[in-house]
Design a protein around this ligand. Structure first.
Ligand code: FES
Ligand code: FES
Length: 149
């Protein structure tokens, strides 16, 4: 079946199987920044934005993206670089496998929550796991990113 949607603002048409997940469609079409983790909606590594909201692409049928706006980290380069700078400054840089998904979730949070508390930040990111860190450096970096107007 054919499915049409926007990826990072570009109109795309994909030939997919009816039971194909968005993670596979994107990776099969060279959007390799969208990463594979648990494939059970638990780790958030496969996060993309659909109409600006974070979704687990491992659990979203590609057919459900018809007509929607999908954003990968390539679509938020400026913000991803800004956040990466804060990660470096706070010593939160590790293997980087989760970085695209965390950047997308933080980008969405920045637009959705106004002046979030530490607890609200943690609650927003509860579905985005990092296998490397203890999160406190990440949290400081994310707070600094959110404070940039
Ligand atoms: S790979 Fe999708 S939530 Fe873990
Ligand atoms: S930095 Fe390694 S998984 Fe997050």
């Amino acid at each position: 079946m054919k499915v049409r949607f926007l990826v990072n603002g570009e109109k795309k048409t994909f030939e997919v199987k009816p039971d194909e997940y968005l993670l596979d469609t994107l990776r099969n079409n060279n959007y390799k920044s969208v990463r594979r983790g648990c494939e059970t909606s638990s780790c958030g590594i496969c996060t993309v934005l659909m109409d600006g909201m974070p979704v687990a692409s491992c659990s979203l049928l590609t057919a459900k993206a018809e007509g929607r706006h999908i954003t990968t980290v390539e679509g938020i380069q400026e913000d991803a670089e800004l956040l990466a700078g804060f990660f470096g400054r706070e010593g939160a840089d590790q293997c980087g496998y989760c970085n695209p998904s965390i950047a997308l979730a933080c980008y969405a949070m920045k637009r959705e929550l106004k002046d979030p508390t530490d607890e609200e930040i943690k609650a927003y990111l509860v579905g985005n796991l990092c296998r490397c860190s203890g999160y406190s450096g990440q949290h400081r970096a994310i707070r600094a990113y959110l404070e940039v107007k």
